[in-house]
Write a protein that binds this ligand. Structure first.
Ligand code: GUN
Ligand code: ZN
Length: 454
């Protein structure tokens, strides 16, 4: 049984002290889409991870480090694999309760299921309850950082950030801006969205580990005036993020063309408003043109690849090999996109990413999928200086994975701890394809245990 350690919320659990963990460790020190596995994968079959004040002090083989840390108690996880916490680069916390809504594609799905659900988040108490459930669900699934849509209501953002802060999470979120093509109970105006967003940035951005994203929903639900206002906010607050959707669904792309006839294409709508920069994260991008990929590359903007959502809503198959081309590299992370997505688990999301590549006659290696879920996500969010791998100085958010979490996984993984990269690739591929929240043995935030099995 998974257990959430709610007492950590009040504990000064990451305060100064040395801590060490002994297990197998896997992280990435470079991008396996561009360099070999030997150069990008750091694997230590019997390692020691040493933390100080919730940050990584050092990592190495147990044999090489243990003599230096004789005095401190060591937590051992034999048979497990420790990785950096997973990073979800696109998800909607208010949509958790409408996950698995039947039968529609994007635009009908939004009107039929999403908008009525999001209407409930005007009530802060309700929003707080769902935010708590959502964040605990993330932690149970090994997700330690997420880029999150709230709703149009500032109350939903306050509720979310309060709960995230209680859990000491590094997380990014924002109030949705939408001033047309949505029900009245869910729209703001260009002016109110400016005032409310500005106030929320001043209240939350850089408070502890929290960061703010200016969040126009997508081009269909914002007037050009509101998109320009979003651009103005980015100019006034240059270190906040821009988070929106792009080119997810064929009917959506056609509607955007109709709404913005003067634009060269979907990305150009955002570009003209000053929304395409190196802190911009665009969810989906299934129907982007080559020219649009080039522009994203040039701007150093990121795409959140949301495979379970793209399949569930029948949106299409993302061209990962185009995004990760050597000539025009685009930063890519994985997004669950719950509730358009069907799982909170980044393992399950990586699983579907692999299958989408298969359907396109492409291969995503086991290492590539887990890179996207960790360091790749950190790079997409410009957070690689703080999270994403076990380099010294980074914040110690990590997951303990159990390769034998279910009887079938135990049967499949009955061999001993992998000693080569080939053996490791096979082992982690079973985690990606068969794993879900049951494979998350424990989750640590800033070196403190927040969720554990058993
Ligand atoms: N495009 C605009 N809003 C949404 C949303 O809530 N979910 C998804 N998947 N796409 C969107
Ligand atoms: Zn979305």
């Amino acid at each position: 049984m998974q257990r959430l350690y709610t007492d950590y919320i009040h504990q000064r659990f990451f305060m100064s002290s040395l801590k060490a963990f002994r297990s197998s460790f896997l992280d990435f020190i470079a991008d396996p889409f561009y360099v070999s596995e030997l150069e990008s994968v750091r694997y230590i079959p019997d390692g020691l991870l040493v933390l100080e004040d919730g940050k990584i002090k050092e990592i190495g083989t147990y044999d090489s480090l243990q003599h230096k840390y004789k005095e401190i108690s060591i937590t051992a996880y034999p048979g497990m694999l420790i990785m950096p916490g997973f990073i979800d680069t696109h998800v909607h916390f208010p949509q958790l309760e409408m996950i698995a809504s039947y039968g529609e594609q994007l635009l009908t799905w939004l009107n039929k299921y999403t908008f009525p659900t999001e209407g409930k988040f005007k009530d802060k108490t309700y929003a707080q309850k769902v935010a708590a459930i959502f964040l605990d669900e993330l932690l149970k699934n090994g997700t330690t950082t997420a880029l999150v849509f709230a709703t149009v209501h500032p109350e939903s953002v306050d509720a979310f950030f309060e709960e995230a802060n209680r859990r000491h999470l590094r997380t990014i979120a924002g109030k949705v801006m939408m001033d047309r093509n949505a029900p009245d109970f869910l729209t703001d105006t260009a002016e109110t969205s400016y005032q409310e967003t500005k106030a929320l940035i001043q209240k939350w951005h850089k408070k502890d580990r929290l960061l703010y994203a200016v969040t126009p929903r997508f081009a269909i639900t914002s007037t050009n005036e509101q998109l320009q206002i979003a651009g103005r906010l980015l100019q006034e607050f240059p270190d906040v993020y821009l988070h929106t959707h792009i080119s997810e669904n064929v009917d959506e792309v056609a509607f955007v063309k109709q709404l913005f006839p003067e634009s060269q294409g979907y990305l150009d709508v955002y570009d003209r408003a000053g929304l395409v920069g190196d802190r911009s994260v665009f969810a989906h991008g299934v129907h982007l043109t080559d020219a649009e990929f080039h522009r994203l590359s040039q701007a150093n903007a990121a795409i959140a690849f949301c495979p379970t959502s793209n399949l569930f809503l029948g949106s299409g198959l993302f061209r990962i090999e185009t995004a990760k081309s050597k000539d025009y590299p685009v930063k890519v992370g994985l997004g669950t996109d719950v509730g358009g997505g069907t799982s909170v688990s980044l393992l399950q999301t990586a699983n579907e990413a692999y299958k989408i590549a298969q359907l396109r006659q492409q291969k995503l290696s086991p290492f590539q999928t887990l890179f996207l879920a960790t360091l790749g996500g950190a790079k997409a969010l410009n957070l690689e200086a703080k999270i994403g791998n076990f380099n010294p100085g980074k914040e110690a958010d990590f997951v303990v994975l159990d390769p034998r979490a279910t009887p079938l996984m135990a049967f499949r993984n009955s061999d001993a701890t992998p000693t080569s990269l080939e053996e490791l690739a096979e082992r982690i591929f079973t985690l990606v394809i068969m794993g879900d929240d049951r494979a998350i043995h424990a989750t640590y935030i800033m070196g403190g245990l927040v969720m554990g099995n058993g």
